[in-house]
Each structure stands twice: as C-alpha cells, then as structure tokens.
Design a protein around this ligand. Structure first.
Ligand code: PRP
Ligand code: ADE
Ligand code: MG
Length: 183
C-alpha cells in the first residue's frame, strides 16, 4: 500500500472534539488508531515507508502522545528510542527547555549523555500545533550534540505555522486543520 492510502484510512479513524481542552480548540483525537491493531500497524508502516533508507540512530518521542507510537516506530526502523519528558520524571542529570504551546507553557527534559554526539535522530509526536513542544525537543537533541534528521508528526494544525519554528525538515502523515475553529 502507498503512504497516501495508509493516510486516507488512518484519517477516517480520527475523532474531533470542539472546544476541548478549552474554548476555541478543535481537538484531534488519534487514540482510536491504537484500539485497532491493523490501524496501529499501518501508522507505523506509513512512517517507515516515508523514512525509507534514511539512516536513523534514534527516535526521540515526546511525552505523552509521542510515547504511544515512538518506541514501536523505533523498533520497526532498527533504531533506539529516547524519551523527552515533562519535568521531574527523569532521574539523574538532565537538559531542560521551556516552551509555549497552543494552550499554555511547559518544560521538557532529556537525560544527559543518552544520545551519542553526532547521532542521527527523528523527533516524533502526534500533533504539530504552535511548534513549541517540537522545537524545545529539537533544542534538547542539539544540546546533546546530535542532529535532528527530520520531525515526523501524524497531523499538523497548518494555520498555527508551527513548522516555521523547526529548523530541520518536517513530515506530516495526515492532512490537518487549515483554519481555526469558528465560534
Ligand atoms: O505544537 P505545540 O503547540 O507545542 O502543541 C503540540 C503538543 O501538544 C500536545 O501535547 P500536550 O502537552 O498537550 O499533551 P500530551 O501529554 O497529551 O501529549 C500534542 O500531543 C503535542 O505534543
Ligand atoms: N488541536 C489539538 N488537538 C489535539 N492535540 C493538540 N495539541 C495541540 N493542539 C491540539
Ligand atoms: Mg503531546
């Protein structure tokens, strides 16, 4: 199957919730994908097709939703998985970055020394909204001395222009929201 046909099938599984978690947000719920093994398998297969022969040493997944498929994708690519977590969850020395997102401020941490210098990394998450989360994660990868080969997302909220904050190529599997939710 092609990436496009995987994408069409996956897109039809998503559910939208207007005004969640706050007024004016159209929330894209991608959890139904994980309730069906064939959809979950196809999500990973579609990303794998996109990555192709590109050399990847690590997949870095963002807490929480990037943890749902990041490790599975890493395994499928023969790469390691490294978590970027919200503060206070990782033991030992960490690197930290603060960021703004679509609905609030947050912090991310990564353990120091877990990514070898010059490693080739894919940063993966479910949604690219303002780009705050992904750019903070990219910064942590760069602070570790590694290289972000590409950012991979299931979906993008195009109107927020999050990709402008990212300084490596960006791939989004499904077409996203082009306009803000009308009241
Ligand atoms: O591009 P941004 O504006 O940074 O927003 C995108 C991020 O927001 C959501 O995570 P969130 O932290 O809300 O919750 P989660 O723990 O459920 O992943 C989403 O899963 C992305 O990680
Ligand atoms: N509209 C949205 N739907 C789901 N997750 C999100 N994260 C940030 N914005 C989101
Ligand atoms: Mg998230």
């Amino acid at each position: 199957m092609s990436i496009e046909s995987y994408a069409a099938e996956l897109k039809s599984a998503l559910r939208q919730f207007p005004n969640f978690p706050s007024e004016g947000i159209l929330f894209e719920d991608f959890l139904p994908i994980f309730a069906k093994p064939e959809l979950f398998k196809n999500l990973v297969e579609a990303f794998k097709l996109h990555v192709g022969d590109t050399k990847v040493d690590y997949v870095v997944g963002l807490e929480s939703r990037g943890f749902l498929f990041g490790p599975t994708l890493a395994l499928a690519l023969g790469a390691g998985f490294i978590p970027v977590r919200k503060p206070g969850k990782l033991p030992g020395p960490t690197l930290e970055a603060t960021f703004q997102k679509e609905y609030g401020t947050d912090k991310f941490q990564i353990q120091e020394g877990v990514i070898p210098k010059d490693a080739r990394v894919l940063v993966v998450d479910d949604i690219l909204a303002t780009g705050g989360s992904a750019s903070a994660a990219g910064l942590l990868v760069e602070k570790s001395g590694a290289k972000v080969v590409e950012y991979l997302f299931v979906m993008e909220l195009d109107f927020l222009k999050g990709r402008d904050k990212l300084n490596s190529p960006v791939f989004t599997l499904l077409s996203g929201q082009e306009a803000k939710l009308e009241k």
